[in-house]
Design a protein around this ligand. Structure first.
Ligand SMILES: NC(=O)c1ccc[n+]([C@@H]2O[C@H](COP(=O)([O-])OP(=O)(O)OC[C@H]3O[C@@H](n4cnc5c(N)ncnc54)[C@H](O)[C@@H]3O)[C@@H](O)[C@H]2O)c1
Length: 328
């Protein structure tokens, strides 16, 4: 199978490239390296360095790559940044995805998997969140992803595009080759590990008075390899599906609190983590937990690596080999 991976120089996309190559797929990457790394893309994998906002170069790249399927990871992904610069989020995530979907249609590519997000749900009224829970994004990032999901729905109706939208909650962990190297880094586990690497003074916990067992917020974490494997299963299903598959939540329904992450980091690394406790941040729900029954039943998805020890341990091992990320 020949697959175009957008965002293949980023965190999750680079793991997808690695897993696809392991399975014997042919892979082409499209990434403008804005927040990705050339070193994250294997030297023998073709890289189209182009910007999603440039419709002509996207059309050219997709036509040249001639893939059978597209995994679309490339995006602007930071909620606070999206509140300050909504235009960038609509340009990259919505207009950029429009260019990609149109290019796919013209090139006859009819299998498409979108990286979507729990941010499409906004402040959930029910837990665990199912795919039919209300979607009411509270920031431009979540809104932009929901708009792309809706665009795909209409392309499926009009042109028979077969697509899946995988809604990630929190993603963590690393492989031997690929880990998380974001600038700025905003994700809880890498931020905690950067304290241990001497790159930050202490780990900040925002809110200790949430209505949870230990007062800190709970999130649903999936190991990046488990997450990527859901994409490979979606690709297999799309190959035989008579129509679009729609949206799937990817989570374990378990969830870990921030305090559990702190304990997990200390356990997995053997180091004390200096912590600063502060007030809640606006817009942070107490808990975000996914019901992923649909992915389990319809894709046969079975996350096997999404324990705290495995996620933190693999991320820590990667940081020890790459203390300065891909720059090292
Ligand atoms: N990491 C998470 O916890 C998480 C959670 C929910 C959803 N997601 C989604 O998963 C996807 C991948 O996330 P990630 O953490 O790997 O992000 P990332 O920032 O590491 O990777 C995104 C990649 O997209 C590329 N890119 C950005 N704008 C581009 C543009 N205009 N043209 C071409 N390439 C561009 C970047 O250079 C980068 O390599 C994103 O769509 C994100 O919204 C991630």
């Amino acid at each position: 199978m020949r697959v175009l991976v957008t965002g293949g120089a980023g965190y999750i996309g680079s793991v997808a490239v690695e897993r696809l190559l392991t399975r014997g797929a042919e892979v082409v990457v499209l990434d403008n390296l804005w927040r990705g790394h050339r070193a994250a893309v294997p030297a023998d994998v073709e890289l189209h360095n182009c910007d999603l906002r440039d419709g002509e170069s996207i059309a050219r790249a997709v036509a040249e790559a001639a893939p059978e399927a597209i995994l679309h990871f490339a995006a602007a992904t930071l909620v606070p940044e999206s509140m300050e610069r909504p235009g960038d989020y609509f340009a990259i995530n919505v207009v950029g995805s429009h260019h990609l979907i149109e290019a796919a249609r013209r090139a006859g590519v009819d299998r498409f998997v979108l990286s979507s997000t729990a941010a499409v749900y906004g402040m959930p009224e029910e837990l665990p969140i199912t795919e039919s829970s209300q979607t009411l994004p509270i920031n431009p990032y979540g809104r932009s992803k929901l708009m792309v999901e809706q665009m795909l729905e209409w392309h499926a109706a009009a042109h028979g595009l077969r697509y899946a939208c995988l809604r990630y909650f929190n993603v963590a962990g690393a492989t031997d080759e690929h880990g998380e190297d974001h600038e700025p880094e905003t994700h809880v586990i890498p931020v905690a590990l950067q304290v241990l690497l001497g790159r930050r003074e202490r780990f900040s916990v925002f809110g200790t008075d949430y209505p949870t067992a230990d007062g800190t917020a709970i999130r649903d974490y999936v190991h990046v390899v488990d997450l990527v494997d859901a994409h490979l299963l979606a690709l297999e299903r799309l190959a035989v599906a008579p129509g679009p598959l729609g949206a799937f939540n990817l989570g374990t329904k378990e969830g870990f609190s921030v305090r559990q992450i702190v304990e997990g980091v200390e356990r997995a690394t053997g180091h004390h983590l200096p912590v600063a406790y502060g007030p809640r941040r606006a817009g942070d729900p107490a808990a975000l937990i996914a019901d992923s029954t649909r992915a389990r039943e319809e894709l046969g998805w079975r996350p096997t690596r999404s324990t705290l020890d495995e996620m933190i341990g693999s991320a820590w091992a990667w940081y020890q080999r790459h203390p300065n990320g891909y720059e090292a």
